[in-house]
Each structure stands twice: as C-alpha cells, then as structure tokens.
Design a protein. Structure first.
Length: 166
C-alpha cells in the first residue's frame, strides 16, 4: 500500500479539518514556546534556574526554588505523553504528503528522539547533572524546528499543491 501524495486526493472536508487542526495545534505549540521563553529566557542559565532554583542568588529579581520531585516528574510525564501524541498525529498526516522522502522520514522520527532528550535531559539536570542543560536547549530547538517544518509542509501541501491530473 503506497500512501505517497494521497493528501492531494483527500476530500475538501478532510483537508479543511486538517488545516484547522494544524492551526489550533500551532497556537498551542507556540503558546508553549512563549511560556518556555518567559520562564527560561531560552538560555542555558534560565533552564538551569527554572528547574534548580536560584536561592543562593541574593540579587535575583525573582526568587525561584528547586522543583520538587513530584513537580519534575509531572512535567516530564505530561510533556512526554502529550508531545508524543502530537508528533504521532503530525507524522501520520506528513506520511501522506509528497515532500522529499528523506526530509519526511527525518520530520517523522526526529521529534521522538528530541522528546526523550529534552525531557530526559530536564530530569537529569534536576538530578544535578547540569551539563544536560545544553542537551535540553539543543534538542528542544531541534524539536521546535521539526514542528515548524512539518506543519508548514503540511499546510503548503493542502493549500497550494495542485492535484496531479491523470
């Protein structure tokens, strides 16, 4: 069974549903990125401070405390589950596009590796292995890049790619 390029043949109603899904999903994803930006300043120091606290810094504008084990496990658990579902659904839609096969495979598999590295990295950072903050930043950035390219590719395929006439 070959699925290559079938998105062009979907009924208009299904295409509209997918476009609506991608738009709402993107609002949620970018809202999450905005939250990460406001809590960590998208920096390694900010990531470390967000999870490990800054109690020793008497000059800190905002006092932050190390997350409890319950808090950290909740963050890791919730994000790994929800992002896995999000990227699984995106991958299913991406599978029926006609984008470059190598790019498609990358966009379908990479986010799952980044989910493990980002949230596993947050856990190990919390456990005191502070160099994991670099893994968290790198893998989180790569996951976001994959989301942007995947959603843009899907929307392009739905809105601008013409059906091939036989």
């Amino acid at each position: 069974m070959q699925l290559h390029g079938l998105i062009h043949q979907f009924p208009k109603e299904v295409k509209i549903l997918i476009v609506a899904f991608i738009i709402v999903l993107s609002f949620g994803f970018y809202g999450g990125l905005r939250f990460v930006s406001s809590t960590t300043a998208m920096s390694t120091t900010g990531v470390e401070t967000h999870y490990l606290g800054n109690e020793e810094d008497e000059d800190a504008e905002i006092m932050k405390f190390k997350k409890s084990e319950r808090e950290i496990l909740t963050v890791v658990h919730n994000h790994m589950l929800s992002l896995s579902v999000i990227f699984f659904l995106l991958s299913l839609i991406l599978a029926v596009t006609s984008i470059n096969k190598k790019l498609k495979y990358f966009l379908m598999i990479e986010p799952f590796l980044s989910i493990v590295l980002t949230f596993g990295g947050i856990y190990f950072l919390w456990k005191g292995i502070t160099w994991f903050k670099y893994i968290v930043i790198l893998s989180g950035s790569l996951m976001s890049f994959s989301f942007i390219v995947a959603t843009t590719s899907i929307l392009y395929q739905l809105l601008f790619h013409q059906k091939v006439k036989k």
